[in-house]
Design a protein around this ligand. Structure first.
Ligand code: 5GP
Length: 202
């Protein structure tokens, strides 16, 4: 009997490098990324079904009503949510599942899955965050301001998380996240069957 995978939630201000960190983490193997549903319009480079499932507000509300979302939240005027079925299937098959979601959703998931590991990824400081958002060039000035403001609000939630990782260098941050999740997988509480496995009973 295989053990369930770990549900890892990575949050952090817009521009903290979550997207890149997750991409690099996926290259390491035993991780599955949950693709979110959103009502936000696609960015130029975004592919439906790869980066997000893009829905109208009505379609999103229908999914929510039918209980298909594990969690959902509004962020800077758009809705975002995690499709439930994929997460459950992957965890049961022993894969570690990554949710790259914002704080309100993360706290909803922690209530449903208390063993979920909550990781907060932050840039070294606010000034650097602003610089990265401008450099990214995917949002207009008003949206950047909104997101900077939201970043300050989101930092208040850091105490609700299990780990904080500072993204000064992306490769180090990815190693840190991978190390956290490898250590989590070795927790005795996540290895309840180890005695039976040791004796060859299962
Ligand atoms: P963006 O518009 O930059 O892609 O995402 C905006 C914020 O929404 C980010 O903080 C991102 O992590 C978060 N987000 C993406 N997908 C989900 C989701 O399924 N649920 C929640 N609660 N937040 C999400």
């Amino acid at each position: 009997m295989g053990k369930n995978g770990i549900l890892a939630i990575i949050s952090g201000p817009s521009g903290s490098g979550k997207g890149t960190a997750v991409e690099k983490l996926l290259q390491k193997g035993n991780y599955a990324l949950s693709i979110s549903a959103t009502t936000r319009s696609p960015r130029e480079y975004e592919v439906p079904g790869v980066h997000y499932f893009f829905y109208s507000k009505e379609q999103f509300e229908e999914m929510k009503k039918n209980g298909l979302l594990l969690e959902c939240a509004e962020f800077c005027g758009n809705y975002y949510g995690t499709p439930k079925a994929y997460v459950e299937e992957q965890l049961q098959s022993g894969k570690n599942v990554i949710l790259e979601i914002e704080v309100q959703g993360a706290l909803q998931v922690k209530k449903i899955y208390p063993s979920a590991v909550l990781i907060f990824l932050i840039p070294p400081n606010l000034e650097e965050l602003g610089r990265r958002l401008v450099q990214r060039g995917t949002e207009d000035k008003e949206t950047i301001n909104k997101r900077m403001h939201r970043a300050i609000e989101e930092m208040e939630f850091v105490d609700d998380y299990d780990y904080v990782v500072i993204n000064d260098s992306i490769d180090t941050a990815v190693e840190d996240i991978d190390m956290i999740l490898r250590a989590e997988s070795m927790k005795c509480s996540r290895n309840k069957d180890i005695k039976k496995v040791f004796k060859g009973e299962i």
